[in-house]
Design a protein around this ligand. Structure first.
Ligand code: SF4
Length: 427
């Protein structure tokens, strides 16, 4: 008889660490992982960005992590050495995001180590199955451990065809330069390459409050009240896709992971257990929109012309992410965006406009241009941080993430982190 991959869905209406602990502890036993989950344990959460005001739902909740760590620290495993490792969004120091996510109080309470991957001792590994990455560099603790546990936050993400689950978490294994390299039409293959290194022993997903509908950092939280647990990240993400009414076949990194033999995506090949059915959850999420559309289909004041190639994970997606930041957090500005014409990619046609903006290193107009103002922003793709800054400097387009505290994080504290790494020889 064929053994199916199991995904467990448990009700957990609140962020109560004791209840979360109980649920995860029971399931670790059910997966017969109690004896394996000890020694050197590395937990990889999702802390891409954390900010109480403008990104309160973008990261794995500290209460969730609290319950999860308590479940690992039962009597038998009290000596386990637990490390929480992460690299947050490009160009921001992870230590600042750990602080903003409220993880430092967990460090004290559970005597764990918080490890910003960029500050860690590194290991470079060859990827034998890699299509984009032939080797990667990441923290030693991601590779050398007895138990690798992923703790994603369930979110929609327009850069990855609508979903961020367990597999997408792997992009946070990389340092900035490797992370942004081929973050374009190759993003899906890139993410799947990383499964060779980042294949967790267990996944416990914070879906108590999920975030969806806009930009992966700033979008609003919605109460779902569940925890998902699994051993296979592909089966896990396939169930997450169905929760958001997405077809796993249309989520490229998920389909590619399946085709490369990492796990099943068809519900017939997955056993779903727990105290709440997939159908009941889907009933709740049936009107929830992921916001995943083509950039030129967005209904806003800007005129967006799409050229080739179309990079969902690159310039087209990153600019859509930029627009959604405003839609999520600055409604008034969203309704009154200045009417720029934005060209992304190689556009065949004439452009006649007052103000023209070209986004991306390959972007150009293969036709006649009539424009009073003409600006461009380079990058393949430009990082979110750079796009926010350059659109402000070159076009006076204000973004809600342009805040004094985040500017300090992104430049002053980033410099301090670099300096610390330089002193320790961990550049
Ligand atoms: S520069 Fe061109 S190839 Fe690179 S991400 Fe942008 S649109 Fe894609």
């Amino acid at each position: 008889m064929r053994i199916k991959e199991k995904v467990i869905i448990r009700r957990s209406p609140n962020y109560h660490p004791e209840e979360i602990e109980q649920i995860i502890r029971e399931r670790l036993s059910q997966f017969e992982l109690n004896s394996k989950a000890q020694g050197r344990i590395t937990i990889k959460p999702n802390v891409v960005v954390a900010h109480a005001k403008i990104a309160p739902s973008a990261f794995t909740g500290p209460e969730f992590l609290d319950g999860l760590i308590s479940a690992l620290r039962n009597e038998k495993k009290s000596a386990a050495k637990i490390v929480v490792a992460e690299k947050c969004g490009a160009g921001i120091p992870t230590s600042r995001m750990f602080r903003r996510a409220g993880y430092y109080k967990l460090k004290k309470k559970h005597k764990i180590k918080l490890l910003p991957i960029e500050e860690a001792r590194k290991k470079t590994l060859s990827l034998h199955k890699g299509k984009i990455h032939k080797h990667i560099t990441t923290a030693k603790e991601i590779v050398d451990n007895d138990f690798l546990l992923y703790a994603p936050k369930l979110k929609s993400n327009i850069l990855t065809h609508g979903l961020t689950g367990a597999i997408k978490l792997n992009i946070g294994l990389l340092l900035d330069r490797e992370r942004i390299w081929n973050h374009n039409m190759h993003l899906d293959e890139k993410i799947v390459d990383l499964l060779e290194v980042g294949f967790p022993d267990f996944i416990a997903t914070d879906a108590i409050e999920i975030s969806m509908g806009g930009n992966q950092f700033t979008q609003l939280g919605r109460h779902l009240g569940i925890i998902l647990m699994a051993r296979n990240p592909v089966a896990h993400d396939a169930v997450c896709a169905h929760i958001l009414h997405l077809d796993p076949q249309n989520i490229n990194h998920l389909r590619l992971a399946h085709e490369r033999g990492y796990g099943p995506i068809h519900l017939d090949d997955i056993e779903i257990e727990g105290d709440v059915s997939l159908e009941e959850i889907q009933q709740k999420t049936k009107t929830w929109d992921t916001g995943f559309v083509k950039i030129n289909e967005v209904d806003c004041n800007m005129n967006i012309e799409v050229g080739e190639p179309y990079c969902t994970g690159g310039c087209h997606g990153v600019f859509l992410d930029w627009l959604y930041m405003i839609k999520d957090r600055k409604q008034e500005l969203w309704e009154n965006l200045p009417p720029w014409t934005v060209v992304i990619g190689n556009y065949k046609g004439d452009v006649s406009t007052d103000r023209l903006m070209l986004i991306g290193s390959c972007s150009e107009v293969k036709g006649k241009i009539e424009a009073r103002k003409r600006r461009s922003i380079k990058g393949c793709p430009p990082r979110h941080k750079d796009l926010i800054l350059w659109l402000f400097i070159k076009a006076r387009l204000f973004n809600p993430l342009l805040r004094f505290d985040l500017i300090m994080d992104s430049y002053f504290f980033l410099f301090l982190t670099w300096f610390k790494r330089f002193i320790k020889g961990r550049i």
